[in-house]
Ligand binder design. Structure first.
Ligand code: CA
Length: 231
């Protein structure tokens, strides 16, 4: 099942925020709302949303200042931002995009336009995220965040097990000999014995728990990750 994308709405006007939230909720998103920059920052610190709808004119710090700060921070720099503003002239649009916003919407906007822009920005971002990860038979690995999960349950892997799994998942279904794995995962393996691979495969399976069955031994040939393990 696809997770509902979370959308942080940063907007000080309750009527507008409520309208956006209702429409997002009815269209498969999970919206939450912050009324000013301080509460927006608290939300971001608590959990990263999949997308931010950010009003320009806020009490306290402006949306533009927030966008610049989030863009310059490693934790938040990849979260897509759509700026909202009552002002629609070219100079503002450029300033918004310069601050790192992915898109820009002038008020008043229709629900249809908002949903179209939200979906377009999430689609544009999706390939970057997909590049950094693999998903096979309930097992998911994200290269950027170093996270591994099985059936959406997070798992803890050692660095070698992570590299080993990353290599096997990037060449799923193919069988790799111990020598090939030493080459690809350990690199310079002159002083490493082939049974080292067996030790790390064993640890990898243990760390994967129920997902360990996806790491298959192919007798006389080596190992593979497969979406269809032999019963
Ligand atoms: Ca406002």
């Amino acid at each position: 099942m696809m997770k509902q994308p979370t959308v942080l709405i940063v907007e000080d006007e309750p009527a507008i925020a409520e309208l956006m939230a209702v429409n997002l909720r009815h269209n498969g998103f999970h919206p939450f709302w912050a009324v000013d920059s301080a509460s927006a920052q608290r939300e971001i610190d608590a959990a990263l949303p999949d997308l931010i709808l950010l009003d320009w004119m806020l009490p306290g710090e402006s949306g533009l200042t927030l966008a610049k700060r989030w863009r310059s921070h490693p934790r938040t720099k990849l979260v897509p931002i759509i700026m909202l503003t009552a002002r629609s002239d070219e100079a503002d649009r450029v300033a918004g995009l310069d601050a790192g916003a992915d898109d820009y919407m002038a008020k008043p906007f229709s629900t249809k336009e908002m949903l179209a822009r939200v979906r377009a920005v999430l689609r544009r971002r999706a390939p970057e995220q997909a590049e950094g990860g693999f998903a096979i038979g309930g097992l998911a690995l994200d290269v950027g965040t170093h996270r591994v999960s099985f059936n959406e349950q997070p798992l803890k892997l050692g660095p070698t097990e992570f590299k080993l799994l990353q290599y096997l998942m990037s060449h799923a279904e193919r069988v790799h000999s111990r020598g090939q794995l030493l080459d690809k995962v350990w690199g310079d393996h002159v002083f490493i014995e082939e049974r080292t691979v067996d030790v790390h495969i064993k640890r990898l399976r243990e760390a994967l728990g129920a997902g360990g069955v996806l790491v298959e031994t192919v007798r006389g040939a080596g190992y593979r990750v497969t979406a269809h393990p032999a019963p």
